[in-house]
Write a protein that binds this ligand. Structure first.
Ligand code: GDP
Length: 665
């Protein structure tokens, strides 16, 4: 058992008034403490960290204020004398050693950090080291294989999908109300993004955000949390475009589906027609001799809900879901937001293991110590075992849905994992390359392998969608060595949801006589999805044919990406001569080719080998920031030199060019 620390002695150690420490503890949710109360090392450590954060924030604000002041001074100095170099020198000193304006604060912070390190070292001795990190998508999946002794059954996770206004939200509300326990305990105080419903002694977890965008966004990040999907179809409206989209998204995810035909209370409800319409999309209801469970319901009148819940359990039973509370903790983020008083919040579905207050967590580029946990009803809990949603307070930043949360064995490990994640993300976005590209088709597979191409197809009208699809399959047959899977075929512009589906299904998007919405374009860039637009079927087929023989090789052109001006030079024992620069436009990137000009003449042409901002090595610096630049093969920098950075940029091939070329062949 770890030794507890009394509040007054902890305050004493920290050089704080006891009241100030009690206030911090109360911010963390630790109530009813007096100076004589004792807290465990985890809580003490969390309090110290919070204090350190507050001190750091104060320092940052002081520094920001100082920078504003320095900038103002600089402007004044420039106005007075543009030849004056001494001022710039001072400025560079500042740029590379962040000034601390409050000596007491600095000293206090150093002490805090020292104490924190000691405290952590003492606490960490009691914890076993967690093993090395496995690939994230693997961790997010349900455990398979041998079930350990300590394993427990876990509830299925259900997502509700379907066309707008068909009653998804009403259904989720109605299901929550069927849970007697929650109404007995005075209802739900606060939604955390997922709910639990109990039926016949079993629990079912519902994701509160309905719709296929959220469902697929999580998949696109590598996390497939849904065990059973409910497709809601309104009995008076039937299968609509978003119903078809939802069907395709569910199929692409390979998740079992239950159809809920809703609004059967309406006089014009026609469930039989809905069943017929489903057949057209290859969903065969049990009633018509197929496999798909269809439950008629009225979410509004709360009819058929019990049966729907029982069917969910039935489907889930087949999957035999279990997790190990004693295993390594893995959680998947369902949603994340920022609370003005508590900071970043994340609702996490615990997949395996247990998370407790005081644990050190890492989630993508964010990390922190768990300050508070809340169950789905918004009640504070000390820990949460697998299978349940939990809201976590204490992360350094908000995180994306679908991101994986893990625990670290020390704050140092957490910080370095978070930094690594941040760096990978940045580098990936700098590369800006699509994950699956048509032109890569040839390269991605060996010569003997069957080439598989997943396509999300969007067309102007159904007629052309069918025509394109038919031609694609015909072509695949002709070529023999390629399998084309149309993951989704729809009518209308390319939307964000198409992009997410393509990202999750490792597909490319083909737009046939349709536009791409601005959100979709942005998403395609973020998710690294290739979108190709076509006007005639011939171009589509030609493109695939060329991809097959590796003829869609990219064309690279070198483009200028940014400019910088050398303000001052200085020498570093590690890097030789460093040019202190201001980026005047665009960006500088490590590894970019640079051209250095002086008085209109080129004095260097080579690689930018080191890029630093403050004390850190960085991959990129954007205008109007300042940075330190070094080149391995050049050190004759002088103030006034200008730098132009170049990078190879992939140039889109013009379709007309391709068509013209191929008609000759
Ligand atoms: P969502 O867009 O799919 O989330 O749909 P909503 O849950 O917001 O429902 C859309 C509309 O349909 C609302 O006016 C609901 O009151 C209504 N509605 C939902 N379920 C039923 C039902 O079972 N019967 C009837 N008559 N109306 C319903």
């Amino acid at each position: 058992m770890a030794k507890k620390i009394r509040i007054f002695s902890l305050a004493n150690k920290l050089g704080l008034r006891t009241e100030a420490l009690i206030k911090v503890l109360s911010d963390m949710g630790v109530e009813d403490v007096t100076p004589a109360s004792a807290v465990d090392p985890d809580t003490a450590s969390a309090a110290v960290e919070l204090l350190a954060e507050q001190a750091e924030e104060a320092r940052r604000q002081a520094q920001a204020a100082a920078e504003v002041q320095a900038a103002a001074q600089e402007t004044r100095a420039e106005a007075e004398d543009t030849e004056e170099v001494a001022g710039e020198e001072e400025e560079w000193e500042e740029e590379f050693t962040p000034p601390v304006h409050d000596a007491d604060l600095k000293e206090g912070l150093a002490e805090l950090e020292q104490y924190l390190t000691e405290l952590q070292a003492a606490t960490e001795q009691e914890r076993p080291e967690t093993p090395a990190i496995k690939p994230l998508s693997e961790l997010a999946a349900r455990p398979t294989g041998k079930r350990p002794e300590s394993a427990v059954d876990v509830p299925p996770v259900v997502t509700v999908l379907g066309h707008v206004d068909h009653g998804k939200t009403t259904l989720l509300d109605a299901l929550r109300q069927t849970d007697v326990v929650s109404s007995e305990s005075g209802g739900i105080t606060q939604h955390i993004g997922a709910s639990e419903v109990s039926v016949d002694g079993h629990t079912i977890v519902f994701i509160d955000t309905p719709g296929h965008e959220a469902f697929t966004a999580m998949r696109a990040r590598g996390a497939q949390v849904t065990d059973v999907a409910i497709l809601v179809v309104a009995a008076d409206d039937g299968v609509m475009p978003q119903t078809v989209e939802a069907i395709n998204h569910i199929r692409a995810a390979g998740v079992p589906m239950i159809v809920a035909i809703n609004k059967i209370d309406l006089p014009n409800a026609d469930p039989a027609t809905v069943q017929q319409q489903l057949l057209q999309h290859e969903i065969v209801p049990e009633e018509l001799g197929g496999q798909t469970i269809v439950v008629p319901i009225s979410a509004l009148k709360k009819e058929g809900l019990q049966e729907l819940l029982e069917m969910i359990l039935l489907v889930a039973e087949v999957e035999q879901l279990w997790a190990d509370p004693q295993g390594d903790f893995v959680g998947v983020v369902i949603e994340s937001s920022i609370d003005p008083s508590e900071g970043p919040l994340a609702t996490v579905l615990t997949r395996n293991g247990t998370i407790s207050v005081g644990d050190i967590m890492v989630c993508g580029a964010a990390w922190g110590r768990v300050r508070r946990l809340r169950n789905w009803r918004g009640k504070s809990v000390k820990s949460m075992g697998p299978g349940h949603p939990v809201e976590v307070v204490g992360l350094s930043d908000i995180v994306e849905a679908g991101e994986i949360m893990q625990l670290a064995s020390s704050t140092r490990q957490a910080r370095s994992l978070a930094e690594e994640a941040q760096q990978t993300k940045r580098e990936r976005s700098l590369m800006g390359q699509a994950e699956v590209q048509l032109r890569q088709l040839q390269r991605q597979f060996g010569p003997e392998q069957l080439k598989e191409l997943n396509i999300v197809l969007k067309s102007d009208v159904w007629g052309s969608a069918q025509a394109v699809e038919a031609s694609l399959h015909k072509l695949a047959k002709q070529l023999g060595e390629i399998q084309i899977n149309v993951v989704h075929s729809g009518v209308g512009e390319v939307t964000q949801s198409d992009v997410l589906l393509a990202a999750a299904s490792k597909a490319i998007i083909m737009g046939f006589r349709v536009d791409v919405s601005p959100e979709a374009r942005r998403a395609a860039q973020d998710e690294h999805v290739e979108i190709r637009s076509y006007e005639v079927i011939y171009e589509v087929l030609d493109d695939i044919r060329r991809a097959m023989v590796g003829m869609l090789e990219p064309i690279y052109e070198e483009h200028p990406i940014g400019e910088a001006e050398v303000l001052q030079t200085f020498t570093s024992s590690r890097f030789g001569t460093i040019a202190g620069c201001r980026v005047t436009s665009g960006r500088l990137a490590r590894g970019a080719r640079i051209e250095v000009m002086r008085n209109g003449a080129q004095i260097f042409d080579g690689e930018l080998s080191s890029l630093r901002r403050f004390e850190n090595d960085v991959a990129m610096v954007e205008a109007p920031q300042e940075c330190g630049v070094a080149a391995d093969d050049f050190d004759a920098w002088e103030p006034g030199d200008t730098i132009t950075a170049y990078q190879e940029v992939e140039v889109a091939r013009s379709l007309s060019g391709q068509a013209a070329e191929s008609s000759n062949s």
